[in-house]
Design a protein around this ligand. Structure first.
Ligand SMILES: [Cu+2]
Length: 354
């Protein structure tokens, strides 16, 4: 783990001159981050609640079934599943469907969502708070007890890229332990440039802290800040919020592609300043609503739970970094690489980037 973090620090800086500085002056910073991450790992044993020990539930796939033009059944599972958030560091996450962030859900503006939550957790209640719906929080987002199933129904009347999360108290523990994700409500009339978009990618930012430590969730700083992508269709990449997947194996695009990102910062605590190196956003739809249209932005501010649709064109070959411009978070992992080649296929050349 320490070696990979060191290499990662080296990869953050582009030139040998800066690299020299990194290895000398920044060594203490690196050590501090290492110590912090190590501290986060040391407390695992005591913070895993007893019924979760030795529990690693196989991810249950998300179920989405359209039953009529404006009605869709969605079934999710609350479960305890191991996630490798940094190489060699397994986090016994509280999850939706064994992923953290959970799987992306896509519905249409105007749909009624009939939602079922199966709680496979033997020990504690869980629930679902969709930011995409109008509902009675005290009833429609209520707790589902251990090994029970809850059903709810509510309308999704506004388009956007919304956060979802477990809303069971203490909410911060449930979100920070991994129970968060994104629901996209597609606008009934689409986005203005739908016909011109070549590539659609979901990017989610989240933070990790000391294992199941409400004190650290509340008063600490993140141990890792990470980017993940979720599959919109068969064959798309689908990763957990970890420090390495989208660096070791970059996302891909072709020179000239018009790329659309569906982005959300699920937090729980930090703001994201979303930026893509080597490009300027042609179009931004704040929170993913076509009415919130902005142009020519370098960076999009994503508050905790905030989303956006951002569109940009990749004009030259190379490796682009999708990151938060809060670089203290980049040092903790918050960058995904987008490799742009002439063919759109991986050319096998090692990716650079931030
Ligand atoms: Cu929960």
């Amino acid at each position: 783990m320490r070696i990979s973090l060191k290499c990662f620090f080296a990869s953050l800086v582009g030139t040998s001159i800066v690299l020299g500085g990194c290895l000398g002056e920044s060594a203490s910073v690196e050590k501090e981050v290492n110590d912090h991450v190590s501290a986060a790992m040391d407390v695992d044993a005591v913070k895993v609640i007893e019924p979760h020990k030795d529990l690693n539930q196989e991810p249950v796939p998300l179920k989405v079934e359209r039953i009529s033009k404006h009605e869709v059944n969605v079934e999710m599972t609350a479960q305890i599943t191991d996630i490798e958030i940094e190489k060699g560091y397994i986090y016994k996450a509280w999850t939706f469907n064994g992923e953290a962030p959970g799987p992306v859900i896509v519905v249409n503006e105007g749909d009624t969502i009939n939602f079922t939550l199966k709680n496979m957790d033997p020990a504690i209640p869980h629930s679902m708070d969709f930011h995409a719906v109008h509902a009675s929080p005290s009833k429609d987002f209520s707790d589902v007890l251990p090994v029970e199933t809850g059903t709810f129904s509510y309308p999704a009347t506004k388009p956007g890229v919304f956060m979802y999360h477990c809303g069971t108290a203490p909410v911060l523990s449930h979100i920070a332990n991994g129970m968060h994700g994104v629901i996209i409500v597609k606008p009934v009339n689409g986005y203005p440039n739908d016909a011109e978009i070549d590539k659609e990618i979901v990017i989610i930012q989240n933070e990790w802290y000391k294992y199941n430590d409400l004190e650290d969730f509340t008063n600490g700083v993140p141990s890792q800040v990470v980017m993940s992508t979720k599959a919109l269709k068969e064959g798309d990449r689908n990763t957990n919020g970890d420090t390495y997947s989208l660096k070791d194996e970059p996302l891909l695009a072709k020179v000239g592609d018009r790329v659309r990102l569906y982005v959300n910062n699920v937090g729980p605590n930090e703001i994201s300043s979303l930026h893509v190196t080597g490009t300027i956003f042609d179009h931004v739809y704040v929170d993913g609503n076509p009415a919130n249209h902005m142009v020519g932005l370098q960076t999009v501010m994503l508050p905790a739970s905030g989303g956006a649709v951002v569109e940009f064109t990749v004009t030259r070959e190379g490796t682009y970094s999708i990151l938060t411009h809060q670089f203290n978070h980049v040092t903790k992992g918050a960058v995904a690489l987008l490799k742009v080649t002439e063919t759109g296929e991986d050319d096998g050349i090692a990716a650079g980037g931030h």
